[in-house]
Design a protein around this ligand. Structure first.
Ligand SMILES: C=CC1=C(C)c2cc3[nH]c(cc4nc(cc5[nH]c(cc1n2)c(C)c5CCC(=O)O)C(CCC(=O)O)=C4C)c(C)c3C=C
Ligand SMILES: [Fe+2]
Length: 477
């Protein structure tokens, strides 16, 4: 079975220095009509009653443990989970002990809704120990460092978000995907609640989990919206889940199934091939177009030291898409490169910008960019690929440029996600997790205050030293 139980995943996501050999979806899954086995006699659509605003975004966490910075655009209210079905059956008061209530939790990265959200969003991102992986001894610097980097990076990021309309489209698109998935599952006779949990912005994963608890969900499928597994994406979200589930009597007994990666699924591969085929037809000489897969990068150390399977999975994914295209009679040349590197460390190579220049120099005239690590449009497709890379490609001698849209709510893709959920349900098991000693120490409020104190002093010293400042800025941005 492709999805694994929570405990299985957690043992693989001991993030530093351990081997992350994720098992993945087999390529041609058999359809498993679990809907016939699970009692769905009464549909349990939750009233999405917790219209928390951004001040209350994180539920049930004390301030000292909460690394998340928040902003509150005045007057904005919204559902605390990504999908508001609003069909109004109060689950708490109507629930029967024997009744199966299935939930699907979509995990995603999240993005700033407005330009004012950019810096706090970046803070949340850089405060994640799966994004900036400091040695344990220096972990106390995580948050001061996150503050520093987020403040320095915010102006550049804001420019990017401003150029795509003043915020990230991720929340809207993910909500649409959640709605579409719910409908697809209903069509397959599998009524579910679908929740959206973002890692770095609203609606946070923590909020979605609280809603799952309020809705008394009895079985949960976790579906990260990243086709390939990386420590920095799916791994990070799973770690957040692990921390919450461990502390809660109800959640720690809840049968959970996590679909860690699904890039091998036939429906996904075929949907990607469909998009590429369609986009190729726009070129005057489709057979001469270079198919240019551009994946979000990760630092090399993730793959080489921490065993992140991301690169292997990405390469296999590209292979499968190309095989599918060949089977359809499309034999274009292709290449894979990695984009969006941040900071002074080595990232996965080759880098997208360098390859574009090389291809131009080699005389490639037509190129079709295919974003491949993410299934929604976002800043790195709309700004980085459509604007920066397109300009660079044209300057480098490439004359004809195209870009495949992200899958979004493409029906064949959503149907395949629905099948993945149905196939994953039987393997749901209660997760068993125990906190390791160092994590327990991290939660101690006294130790937290001491670490923050010394970390902040160090960060200020860095900030106030002009030499350090210049070096820092030049290296990082
Ligand atoms: C598979 C996808 C992604 C991986 C792997 C990933 C790793 C990763 N990202 C950063 C730093 C940043 N990422 C940012 C935005 C961003 N990242 C992804 C996806 C992956 N990141 C998405 C979809 C988005 C866009 C969200 C949106 O608002 O549309 C940003 C912020 C934007 C910017 O300033 O460039 C940063 C910073 C690191 C360091 C990392 C691996 C360690
Ligand atoms: Fe990223």
């Amino acid at each position: 079975m492709s999805a694994t139980s929570y405990s299985g995943v957690l043992s693989q996501t001991k993030l530093l220095g351990s081997n992350l050999n994720c098992s993945t979806h087999r390529r041609f899954p058999t359809s498993c009509r679990l809907s016939e086995r699970i009692s769905t006699s009464r549909v349990f659509l939750s009233s999405c009653s917790s219209t928390s605003d951004k001040r209350n975004g994180m539920l049930g966490r004390s301030h000292h443990c909460n690394p998340i910075e928040k902003r509150n655009p005045v007057g904005q209210t919204f559902c605390s989970v990504g999908v508001c079905t609003h069909r109004g059956v109060d689950v708490e008061s109507n629930s029967h002990a024997t009744e199966e209530r299935v939930g699907v939790l979509l995990l995603n990265l999240g993005g700033p809704d407005t330009l004012d959200d950019v810096q706090p969003f970046l803070f949340n991102l850089f405060a994640d120990p799966d994004i900036i992986r400091l040695p344990r001894l220096f972990r106390f610097l995580q948050k001061p460092l996150a503050k520093l980097i987020s403040v320095f990076r915010a102006p550049k990021s804001k420019e990017g978000y401003a150029s795509i309309g003043g915020g990230s489209p991720l929340r809207k698109i993910t909500d649409e995907q959640a709605d579409a998935l719910k409908i697809a599952l209903e069509a397959k006779n599998m009524p579910v609640n679908v929740y959206v949990g973002m890692r770095y912005w609203f609606p946070f994963t923590e909020e979605a989990i609280q809603q799952i608890k309020r809705d008394r969900i009895t079985r949960l499928v976790v579906l990260p919206l990243y086709p390939q597994f990386s420590i920095s994406t799916t791994g990070s979200s799973i770690r957040v889940m692990q921390n919450i589930f461990r502390e809660d009597a109800y959640l720690s007994r809840l049968p959970v199934s996590i679909i860690k990666s699904w890039y091998q699924r036939e429906g996904y591969i075929k949907s990607m091939a469909d998009l590429i085929e369609k986009e190729l037809t726009i070129f005057s000489k489709p057979e001469e177009v270079m198919i240019f897969f551009s994946a979000h990068g990760v630092p090399v150390s993730y793959v080489e030291n921490a065993g992140d399977p991301y690169k292997d999975q990405m390469e296999e994914c590209i292979y499968l898409i190309m095989q599918e295209l060949k089977a359809r009679g499309t034999f274009n040349e292709h290449t894979l490169a990695f984009q969006s590197r941040v900071g002074p460390v080595q990232w996965l190579k080759p880098y997208t910008d360098e390859v574009l220049v090389e291809l131009g120099q080699k005389g490639v005239k037509s190129l079709l960019a295919v974003p491949v690590s993410f299934v929604s449009e976002h800043i790195e497709t709309l700004e980085e690929i459509d604007m920066e890379y397109k300009e660079l490609a044209l300057e480098s001698g490439i004359e004809n440029w195209g870009r495949v849209p992200a899958l979004g709510c493409t029906s064949s893709f959503i149907m395949d996600l629905a099948d993945a959920v149905i196939e994953a349900l039987p393997s749901a098991t209660a997760m068993s997790t125990s906190r390791n000693t160092s994590e327990a120490v991290d939660q101690d409020p006294m130790i937290y205050v001491i670490k923050m104190f010394f970390g902040s002093i160090l960060a200020f010293v860095l900030l106030l030293s002009p030499k350090m400042l210049v070096a820092f800025r030049n290296k990082l941005f």
